[in-house]
Design a protein around this ligand. Structure first.
Ligand code: ADP
Ligand code: ASP
Ligand code: MG
Length: 438
């Protein structure tokens, strides 16, 4: 039995958290591979090391002294080391890094050091070997991970050993350090689990598993005991940021169970995530598994009479957006109208060009853009079998005076998605939660 464990920023924040990590790791012989994030916030108002490192790089870029920020970074790691009584030689590492910073260091390399130092300390503390992710996590030139090469390299380095691996970064073909997008240590853990054929990938964080809604919006949401990969992917893609949305593919490919756990409450079983569950394994009878969402979408609606009879119109529209590198998230459509839902921050810089191209190539009757829309999704594998689920969702929102701007459903009937005004976002999540869960 092998378990790969990933500990997030809050689990790495200070010496007390390190001690919790060690007792979790030592409590089971199978917990031999540990992936760590950079130290996170110790309390509200505190800083994440990764944020400080980005800030440090911004100072360097504009030629402003970063001494103050640098001191906060080094002090945090030195205090963890000293409180734990470790002898890791951080001073010479810091001095070498400082020199590199003065002679020009890439943003990715500098911010990756948050995970690097955290992993060095954790390896010493656990008495595990440290394996630098620059030695096994290979990116291709296009920024995707070369799984085959990476898996083989990690197997050579770590098979049968007890190791600590820094999350968040890997190496480009030219040797440069590259990071994932924010929250990417989750992906490192998933890749390590897949490479080493782990039985379970445990993702240790500061909540007792995946909750039915964002705890910053709904007070004390119910934890989700079991959830399928597909449902989790829907929820994390749409905004539940417990796990990086890229986490699921590597473990799903190898059919590895994913278990989200709470470092501060290690007895809690957390959330189990698998391809599917047997009938008897599921104890609750809720037909919604979770609710999530995101703000700030723009909806481009194109109307043209007779559109449904014309071939190629939708393709032309999508090609225009592709030309500007804008991803289309949803495509609700009527007989003679199609809406393209896009993230506002991606579309804003080229919105006028997109509108111009649509005008020229589609020659629509009307075309208009709705801004400030939020997307809220109710996700659940059982929704497909229950009649009336969408009716209940619409009725609940209506009764609470929340105007629905758009409705769409995925073909697998795993989700029902509604568009509401940004200002109604939190309220929509709360009323749906209260109506379906409480
Ligand atoms: P880590 O640093 O361990 O990677 P993150 O901060 O990335 O942790 O993710 C955990 C946080 O995700 C929780 O503290 C919680 O505030 C937030 N969160 C958002 N939506 C949910 C949800 N549906 N269930 C649980 N946590 C959620
Ligand atoms: N430390 C990185 C971040 O803050 C990666 C991670 O925590 O997963 O985004
Ligand atoms: Mg995270």
């Amino acid at each position: 039995m092998l378990k790969v464990l990933k500990f997030g920023g809050s689990s790495m924040a200070d010496a007390t958290q390190f001690a919790k990590v060690r007792s979790i790791v030592e409590s089971e012989e199978s917990r031999r591979v540990v992936v760590v994030s950079a130290a996170g916030k110790r309390r509200g108002g505190d800083h994440k090391l990764t944020d400080l490192l980005y800030l440090c790089h911004a100072h360097l870029k504009y030629g402003v002294s970063c001494d103050g920020v640098w001191q906060m970074i080094t002090e945090r790691y030195l205090s963890i080391r000293d409180e734990l009584g470790l002898s890791t030689d951080l001073e010479s590492e810091f001095a070498a890094l400082r020199q590199k910073m003065d002679s020009g260091i890439s943003q990715d390399e500098l911010v990756s050091r948050g995970e690097y130092f955290a992993a060095r300390l954790m390896a010493d503390y656990l008495g595990y070997e440290f394996i630098d992710s620059a030695r096994w996590l290979y990116f291709r030139l296009d920024g995707t991970v070369d799984q085959e090469q990476s898996y083989e390299a990690l197997r050579k380095l770590a098979q049968g050993r007890r190791v600590v691996i820094p999350g968040f970064y890997g190496v480009m073909p030219d040797g440069a350090i590259k990071t994932f997008s924010r929250g990417g240590s989750d992906i490192t853990g998933a890749l390590a689990a897949a490479a080493l054929g782990a039985d379970v990938y445990e993702n240790w964080t500061d909540v007792s598993g995946f909750l039915m809604a964002d705890p910053r919006i709904v007070k004390d949401p119910e934890p989700i005991e079991r959830i399928t990969y597909s449902e989790l992917r829907e929820l994390s893609y749409i905004g539940a940021q417990v796990l990086h949305e890229g986490t699921i593919f590597p473990v799903r490919e190898k059919n590895i169970t994913l278990n989200i756990r709470n470092t501060n409450q290690p007895q809690h079983p957390g959330t189990m995530i698998r391809e599917s569950f047997e009938e008897g394994e599921i104890t609750d009878d809720r037909f919604i598994t979770g609710i999530a969402g995101k703000k700030n979408f723009s909806v481009i609606t194109v109307t043209k009479s007779g559109m449904s009879g014309q071939q190629g119109t939708l393709r032309q529209m999508l090609e225009i957006l592709e030309k500007y590198g804008v991803n289309v998230e949803y495509i609700p459509s009527g007989i003679d109208s199609v809406s393209l839902v896009v993230a506002s921050d991606k579309a804003a810089p080229c919105l006028y060009q997109i509108m111009g191209d649509l005008q020229k190539e589609i020659k629509p009757d009307t075309i208009h853009v709705t801004e400030d829309m939020a997307i809220v999704a109710a996700v659940g594998r059982k929704m497909a079998y229950k009649p009336g689920s969408s009716g209940k969702i619409f009725a609940t929102l209506g009764e609470n005076h929340i105007n629905i701007r758009m409705i769409t459903q995925g073909p697998e009937e795993l989700n029902i998605i509604v568009g509401v005004d940004n200002k109604d976002f939190e309220n929509a999540i709360r009323v749906l939660y209260n109506s379906f869960v409480k």
